[in-house]
Write a protein that binds this ligand. Sequence first.
Ligand code: 6GU
Length: 277
Amino acid sequence: MRIDVVSIFPEYLAPLRLSLLGRAQTDGILELEVHDLREFTSDRHRTVDDTPYGGGAGMVMKPEPWALALEAVLAAQTARRHPGQGDARQGDPRQSDPPTLIVPSPAGEVFTQSLAYELAEEPTLAFACGRYEGIDERVLEWAAPRFRVRPVSLGDYVLNGGEVAVMAMVEAIGRLLPGVVGNPESLVEESHSDGLLEYPVYTKPSSWRGLDVPEVLLSGNHGRIAKWRREQQLRRTASRRPELLEGVDASQFSGGEREVLRELGYGVDDSGRLARA
Ligand code: 6GU
């Protein structure tokens, strides 16, 4: 996968060169390019922002550098998406399969594991990091026929800019690319992979400061262990994130699991979905 990020703080994204994602880049699984928006300005002060029309607090990112930066990203990605076609496609703004442009914003759709899986299937992704009060809205209009534009939020709180959000999203997406996480089993058993939170984990010593590892995990009985872990997932999810259970298809749960869910206050409604009793 190729990822292009446009930011006025390219150094902010430096940690994406470390650890698992750093290795993925060395291994050629991930190609990451970070572009400095100021490189696409033409005035002496390399201005990227200006005061908002209509008044109000803060500054707004100017459209001109954004269009030039995103054109550079498009050129790089088009070659990657349509190898062997030269620049035949670059003059055509309306692509049949436009690349996805993620615009981090607290006003976007919420980023989830399911969106991470969806985006991990793309050959290229572009991220446009806004700062200040945001990017001139016309940039999104201009981008719409050229990219599949998706404003995306990490959750209901406000960051100073898109960079930290991009780090989170690129890490969540990058680790799903084949070969990035050494043991793909890790991806199956983690939180959110099946809509539930992860079960608690323990390691040696079996007794530590008067606290013992649950006996079942020392039993060697893999059937009992699997059942216990699944029950822990249900208890943890009901306690910490009850909304994750509401409305899910109850047929995926065994009789024993439905018994646990009943104990936790969930019943099954007429349409076969979990509902708080
Ligand atoms: Cl994606 N961007 C910003 N600036 N703030 C956020 C966010 C994104 N997600 C949550 N808060």
